[in-house]
Design a protein around this ligand. Structure first.
Ligand code: NAD
Ligand code: UFG
Length: 344
């Protein structure tokens, strides 16, 4: 199948490319490299021993998208491209609406022009907002609490409307919980540009000596050990969910939102302990005040993914930490920035 992958050079995109290539799909990656390194795509080529088309372009540029989709004529699109920092979205909401919402509208219009009717979209559990009940199932009310989350909820709505108006269209909205970990090779992984906002990359940078200590944001939550609990999902399992979603979209029309998580919660302290076991030394940490906007617990109901996608997570927290550590220790500063390394 021919698959057009926006944002394919990023963290989740690169892991998904490897599985798409292994399954024999023909790919075109469309990315503006605003939060990714071209080296990541070079490594995907090396690891897979396969080549694919690559277009440097911005989804806000409707003309560039139209040309790329018309040239490639895909059977399906996987849409990862987007900005994802909650804090930044509070400071620059218009940038987020333009990039994530306008960019997605452009993409659907270009798909229409190219006659492509299948899309898998990267949504987020953040669309649920405060938990009314747990685990979050897909019928939980949608009430995001920040601009980033609102862009995801808006794009979900736009895609649902597009699906209704487009004969035979098929869309899967994957609501990711907390993606972590890396490919088993240690050659690709998460490479935050600034100070990591998220727990696992921060822990990884403390473990490798790039940062002094971890702030644990609150130990007085109503959880097993007082620290926040989340549903961490191995990025390799998450990548597999995209292939399952593509397969599902070939046999179904309409629009479905589907959680992608393990259904298990892990506390901050539990994750730190698992990382210490993976890296073989203690991780310096201290208890800091709660982070504003954080919830105590978030985890997924997974029945819908199992039922519709025939997919479930296979990897555990030890796999997540071991693979993250392999990536971080082999690439302590992430991907090389030397442009001469771009095609290596
Ligand atoms: P990432 O930043 O590593 O990947 C996003 C990719 O999109 C990058 O390669 C970036 O360069 C590209 N991009 C951004 N804006 C673009 C534009 N205007 N035009 C073309 N390319 C553009 O992020 P990720 O963690 O791989 O996330 C992928 C998707 O999953 C995002 O949409 C994100 O919101 C969503 N998501 C991520 C998480 C998470 O915790 N990582 C959780 C839920 C949802
Ligand atoms: N945490 C720390 N110290 C840190 C970072 C995080 O103690 O340095 C704690 C948080 O307080 C929370 C847990 O680790 O209890 C997980 O925090 P993350 O920032 O890794 O993940 P969140 O669940 O807060 O946020 C993620 C995405 C958001 C998305 C949200 C809901 O980053 O984009 O999931 O799906 F909105």
């Amino acid at each position: 199948m021919k698959v057009f992958v926006t944002g394919g050079a990023g963290y989740i995109g690169t892991h998904t490319l490897l599985q798409l290539l292994a399954a024999g799909h023909e790919l075109c990656v469309f990315d503006n490299f605003s939060n990714a390194s071209p080296v990541a795509l070079t490594r995907v080529r090396q690891l897979s021993n396969r080549d694919f088309a690559q277009v440097e372009g911005d989804i806000r540029d409707a003309g560039a998208l139209h040309r790329a989709l018309a040239d490639f004529a895909p059977d399906a699109v996987i849409h990862f491209a987007g900005l994802k920092a909650v804090g930044e979205s509070n400071e620059k909401p218009l940038l987020y609406y333009e990039n994530n919402v306008t960019g997605s509208v452009n993409l659907l219009a270009a798909m229409d022009a190219a006659g492509c009717r299948r899309i898998v979209f990267s949504s987020s559990a953040t669309v649920y907002g405060e938990a009314q009940y747990l685990p979050f199932d897909e019928d939980h009310p949608i009430a995001p609490t920040n601009p980033y989350g609102r862009t995801k909820a808006m794009v979900e709505g736009v895609i649902a409307d597009w699906t209704k108006a487009t004969p035979n269209a098929s869309a899967v909205l994957l609501r990711y919980f907390n993606p972590v970990g890396a490919h088993e090779s240690g050659r690709i992984g998460e490479d935050p540009r600034d100070i990591p906002n998220n727990l696992m990359p921060f822990v990884a940078q403390v473990a490798v000596g790039r940062r002094e200590k971890l702030s644990i944001f609150g130990d007085d939550y109503d959880t097993r050990d007082g620290t926040g609990e989340r549903d961490y999902i191995h990025v390799v399992d998450l990548a597999a969910a995209h292939l399952a979603a593509l397969a599902y979209s070939a046999r179904a029309t309409g629009c479905e939102a589907i959680n992608v998580g393990t259904g298990q919660s892990i506390t901050v302290k539990e994750l730190v302990a698992a990382y210490e076991a993976a890296c073989g030394h203690a991780i310096s940490a201290y208890i800091a005040p709660r982070r504003s906007g954080d919830v105590a617990s978030s985890y997924a109901a997974t029945a819908k993914a199992e039922q519709l996608l025939k997919w479930r997570a296979e990897l555990n927290v030890n796999d997540m930490c071991a693979s993250s550590w392999l990536w971080q220790s082999d690439n302590p500063n992430g991907y090389p920035i030397d442009v001469s390394a771009r095609r290596r």
